[in-house]
Design a protein around this ligand. Structure first.
Ligand SMILES: [Zn+2]
Length: 223
């Protein structure tokens, strides 16, 4: 079983890259947010448990998150491996994932860190536009065909209210601290591969594929 962990800040394009890698490697893309939404729709025991937290806008506790991910990893389509996206979010979760995998004779193959500098992150996150119906655009990387108007319904586009630079900067630094811990955790274990996430989407995917291939051929102790 090959487990790949995607790491990256909000706005780094981690989810997009996880989808690309999933197609190229033929492994399921397991996004922790989707897992909970699915569990809620299916009304599973774990889903009902998670609902109690999500309904009041609280974070789902580590223990429940780990059990939900663990259950997903035991499903048939995950037998060859998975691409994890949005998990682990903390050092504690990373350790719990290692424990879970070790009990099954598996381990994290490569932790893939899509690195985008703060300046670029702020630019990406602050350039978000949306219409009243919730369709979103990005001023430079994904602009609407006609400036200021939604492609789908022609409604005027506006900047999201919580998207002023200072708010974004504050939110980013809050989110980056635990992620940086997870990055260090995998770096210490010799399983981290960092790629430049500021390049074009297709080039980032190529770098990730190269990182996976390189990593597979290098013993962990020297990586
Ligand atoms: Zn629209």
């Amino acid at each position: 079983m090959k487990v790949y962990v995607m790491l990256g800040a909000p706005g780094a394009g981690k989810g997009t890259q996880a989808t690309e890698l999933s197609a190229r490697l033929g492994l399921p893309h397991v996004a922790s947010g989707d897992l909970f939404r699915q569990a809620l729709r299916d009304g599973t025991r774990l889903g009902l448990e998670a609902r109690q937290y999500m309904d009041r806008g609280a974070l789902v506790p580590d223990d429940l998150t780990i059990r939900t991910i663990g259950e997903r990893l035991t499903q048939a389509d995950a037998a060859r491996g998975v691409i994890l996206d949005g998990f682990p979010r903390t050092r504690h979760q990373a350790e719990a994932l290692d424990d879970f995998l070790a009990r099954r004779g598996a381990e994290v193959g490569t932790a893939l860190y899509v690195l985008v500098g703060e300046t670029e992150l702020l630019r990406r996150l602050s350039g978000r536009l949306q219409c009243e119906a919730g369709h979103t655009y990005q001023e430079t990387s994904r602009p609407p065909q006609q400036p200021g108007l939604c492609d789908i319904d022609g409604l005027p586009l506006f900047h999201r209210q919580d998207d002023d630079v200072e708010t974004i900067r504050a939110r980013l630094s809050q989110q980056l601290a635990p992620m940086t811990e997870v990055v260090s955790y995998y770096r210490d274990r010799g399983t981290l591969a960092t790629v430049n996430g500021e390049a074009e989407t297709a080039l980032v995917t190529d770098s990730l594929m190269r990182a996976i291939a390189d990593h597979a051929s290098v013993p962990a102790s020297t990586a």
